[in-house]
Design a protein around this ligand. Structure first.
Ligand code: AHR
Length: 525
């Protein structure tokens, strides 16, 4: 008998069925037939809307994430629009990035917004104490960020300074950005922007348990109430306040924050990074072993438990699910590329990262009733980036391609799925070989995303659509020569989506053969 894991993909049902995991019979090595996966889609039991904002991103003043990666200045030889790289802007527009979180990260709790407005040549130069000790010219400030967000068609999520800023400074920043009139609105106009900006999301500090001030949960909750009181949206507008959330499994943080400040905020964050090794020796981004790969996948799947447990705590205080669980930092974190500044967090990105991205997105869609925003870290040149740049050159990473392939899931309606999958195991790591998610888009088409985690064997998948039928199944596959495949500046197309020809549909039955170590996204009509 094949080891199987059954999992319903929505809310409480997921907990109940996951608890009933069957793990009997011989492990893993099975015939191709015995290794098949069954996915049952409950097409007639739609779940929550998958908020497009779960496909959001994070851009911090860190390494070349902003300077060089997004902003080169109007006088650069790199083709740009008002200082923003044209190649990067075009790539991000194509992704339909819903929200960008800025300016940090750890940088946010030392950022003083007044230093980033006015004539650029008069802005103070500071030291970026968190990231590499390099100088921060403040050339990219509030106007540049808001302009950038508008250029790529994204909403703004600005993180305020609770660490070493005052509530007054924070309140004035919000007023500067959003007020229709008054002296701060006049100052904004003098600096080139008459119209108030929209500010849909505002973060009340970042990692207050760590770089944001090393606070206890109780103290952070008090400050969240205090600072949040002075974040005021102009009449007729709404600013969602996001509390600084837990460090991965710190459930007490969520408990305290919800209990003490839950009623005063609209969202609470949680940060979780997939680090294959230890924080001291994380492991390389490329040239990793299969054991490293299996460990990475096993660690990234902790996200399911994190979201489930943090959500359960939130349910106690907010059963109506008004408060958003914003996973506002997530992604892989490896050793930096040899020869690069250790403070710049620059790493390559392989098919392993693509699989990590898809697995996490599948998890987020399964909890769409509570998780309404996530921000992968980070957008360009930092950690699990969408895009890497080197001077004038740009390359799209496998992670970029996953986000691009999943675009159809933005604002679609989640459909519960049950997955009965064989295991993939390597050394002591055992994980389900196949992950799946499904949704119905606004045209009525069913979207299915399938991930074959197994780097050695194709996966044969049979999907039961229940009451739904379709006659056409089309989509794309992302796979490389192996799970370490990646795009470099010299070979930028080693990993890119290709039309998927391995699916057959008849009535309510879809069958597909997924290549080893691949991500497949299909649309059924
Ligand atoms: O994304 C890099 C850093 O990771 C962020 O600045 C911080 O919030 C987290 O620890």
């Amino acid at each position: 008998m094949v080891r199987r894991m059954r999992r319903a993909a929505l809310g409480c049902a997921a907990i109940a069925l996951a608890a009933g995991m069957v793990a009997s019979g011989p492990a893993y090595a099975q015939s191709a037939a015995a290794r098949s996966t069954t996915v049952t889609v409950k097409a007639d039991a739609p779940g929550a809307r998958i908020d497009r904002r779960i496909f959001s991103q994070f851009a911090e003043h860190l390494g070349t994430g902003i300077y060089g990666g997004i902003w080169v200045g109007a006088n650069s030889r790199i083709p740009n629009t008002r200082g923003y790289r044209n190649d990067v802007v075009a790539a991000l527009r194509n992704l339909k990035v819903p929200v960008v979180r800025w300016p940090g990260g750890c940088f946010a709790d030392e950022y003083h917004w007044r230093e980033g407005i006015g004539p650029r040549n008069q802005r103070p130069t500071k030291v970026n104490t968190h990231w590499g000790g390099v100088t921060e010219p403040n050339s990219f400030g509030t106007h540049e960020f808001m302009d950038f967000a508008e250029l790529i068609g994204a909403e703004a999520y600005v993180s305020g300074n609770v660490g070493n800023g005052t509530p007054q400074e924070m309140a004035e920043w919000v007023e500067y950005m959003t007020a229709p009139a008054g002296s701060l609105a006049d100052l904004r106009a003098k600096n080139g922007r008459k119209q108030p900006w929209k500010l849909p999301f505002f973060g009340l500090g970042n990692e207050l348990w760590g770089c944001g001030g090393n606070m206890t949960a109780e103290y952070a909750a008090d400050l969240t109430r205090r600072y949040g009181t002075f974040v005021k949206a102009p009449q007729g507008t709404k600013i969602e306040k996001i509390a600084s959330g837990a460090n991965s499994v710190d459930y007490n943080w969520t408990e305290v924050m919800m209990r003490e400040a839950g009623k005063t905020v609209d969202g609470i964050g949680v940060h979780y990074y997939t680090v294959p090794g230890t924080w001291e020796k994380k492991g390389p981004a490329t040239n990793f072993s299969e054991e490293d790969y299996a460990r990475t996948i096993s660690k990234t799947l902790l996200m399911d438990e994190l979201v489930r447990k943090h959500s359960a705590i939130m349910d106690k205080y907010d059963p109506a699910k008004r408060v958003n669980l914003a996973v506002d930092e997530w992604g892989t974190w490896y050793d930096v590329e040899p020869g690069t500044n250790p403070g710049f967090l620059y790493q390559q990105n392989t098919m392993r990262d693509a699989i990590v991205a898809a697995l996490n997105i599948n998890i987020f869609t399964h909890y769409a009733d509570r998780v309404r925003m996530t921000n992968i870290a980070q957008m360009v040149n930092v950690l699990q980036a969408m895009i890497l740049t080197d001077g004038p050159r740009m390359v799209l990473t496998p992670t970029y391609h996953v986000f691009e392939m999943y675009k159809g899931f933005q604002d679609a309606t989640a459909l519960p799925v049950e997955v009965a999958s064989p295991w993939y195991n390597k050394e002591q790591f055992t994980v389900p070989a196949v992950s799946a998610t499904a949704a119905r888009d606004s045209t009525g088409a069913i979207l299915i995303a399938l991930v074959n985690v197994d780097p050695n064997q194709p996966a044969s998948v049979s999907v039961d659509l229940g009451s739904a039928t379709a006659s056409v199944a089309e989509g794309r596959v992302l796979a490389g020569a192996n799970i370490g495949a990646h795009n470099s500046f010299d070979a930028p197309t080693q990993v890119q989506p290709a039309p998927f020809t391995g699916a057959q549909i008849a009535g309510n039955r879809l069958s597909a053969t997924l290549p080893a170590g691949s991500v497949v996204v299909l649309k059924l009509r």
